[in-house]
Structure formats: structure tokens, C-alpha cells
Design a protein around this ligand. Sequence first.
Ligand code: TMP
Length: 249
Amino acid sequence: VAKNGIQPLRKLYDGKAKAVYETADPDLLVIRFKDEAPGRRRGRSPRPPFPKGVYNCSISAALFRHLEARGVPTHFVRILSDRDLLVRRLLIIPIEVVIRNIVAGSLARRLGLEEGQRLDAPVLEFYYKSDALGDPMINESHVRVMGIATPEEVQQIKETALRINGHLLRYVEQRGLLLVDFKVEFGRRSGSVLLGDEITPDGCRFWEGTARRPAGDRRRRTLGRSARAYRELSRRIAGEPIDDRPPHA
Ligand code: TMP
């Protein structure tokens, strides 16, 4: 850590999957990715520990770099170590933005749709970040009335989230993966809205398959949350770089 001259100092946030620290520079924070806490699966034997934090750190960094290179403003600065990212401090807007390309999870349950069905256009959902309320789904008028974000910010969040989706869809498709759905968060910094938080398999559904080679049955296509799945996602998403420039660039 000292190699970069940047030390994580006071802990600002401590969650299941990551902790966030201040640094000596008030503008810079360190995100430290944690391994799975043991014994979390109720009624089942706990997962053997694996370096999930290392996989999440490398996946998040690879995806943030990719988005930055395509003009999406993010809080990412650089990797500090195998579990630590250096990021710019944002004022997080308390909305979880979920984008869906294929029906799964709560969308299937809520609307009675068949899991695995491709959506004609991406579906964008807002959830209000509140542990006390259990992160309820909200819409733009709730966001406005509650003063969570301005209409201009909401517009920017929607447009950026859809651009992110397009970039990530192509990036993972080239690695044999379908991006079923994912969650992102945004924050404010000197008057603009930036992508913040993390993009890791903790907040994304990846399935095996591509648009041309659709996934097989549910068991084969779902990557799940095992050590093997994280290792494989890390290898494909953050591993050897793939030349993904358009052919005539
Ligand atoms: P869902 O189908 O359970 O609503 O999840 C949709 C996507 O959003 C999925 O990729 C997981 C992600 N997500 C989070 O990262 N955090 C959350 O609190 C929720 C509800 C979803």
C-alpha cells in the first residue's frame, strides 16, 4: 500500500462485501473488497472461503477502465493492490439503478414473466437505497418529490445507465457471456454525475452464452456465486486483454 504513497485511513463504511476508507487526500477514497464471510448460507454448509475480494477488485477495475475509455465518467482512479481500488469521492445519490436485458429474478416474480425471455428493449428500474425500508422500488416522480435527485440528474442517470449497458453487453459478449441484469449507483462531484460504487458479480447476473449461441437450460447457463464462477468471470472479464476495437478503427 505504501508503494503508492496512499494509505487507507479512517473507515467510512463497512459492509458485507467491501469497506470504504478515507485517505490523506480529502478527494480520494479507497474501496477494499472483502472475501465472503463464512457461514452465510443458512441451513447449508458454509462455502469454503475463496479470494472473492481479489476477483471483485479486478473485475470492477477492468469494467471501470473499459467504460472510462469509452467516455463514461466514473469515480475510478486506479488499482492500489489486489483488493483495493483508489476512487474519487462522490456524494452518492441514494438510488440503485437496475438495468435488465433478459427476464430473471424479481422481474420474473413480480410480473409473472418467464425467466430467460429476452426483453425487446432494456428495462430500467430505480430502487430507493434505504435499509430501514428494504430498498423499495420507486419511479421518477418519487425521486423528484422526495428530492433525491433533480430531473436533469435523473435524465443523465438514465442516459448514462443505458450507455453503460451497451458497452458492458458488448464487452462480456466478446467473452462468451450474457449480461442478464446489473445494478449501478451514481454520485455527484463538482456539478456532474459520475458512475460510482462497484461493478462486480455481486450486483450482476451473468449467464453463459451469446446472442448467436443462446444459453442452454438454466443449470448450464447460470454462473452462480461459487468460487469457480467468480474465478471464471475474473479470468474472462479481467484476464488476458482482448482486442475489441472495431475491425476498421
Ligand atoms: P433482482 O432481480 O433481484 O431485482 O436483481 C436485479 C439485479 O440487480 C441483479 O443483477 C442483482 C442486482 N441487485 C443488487 O446488486 N442489489 C440489490 O439490492 C438488488 C435488489 C439487486
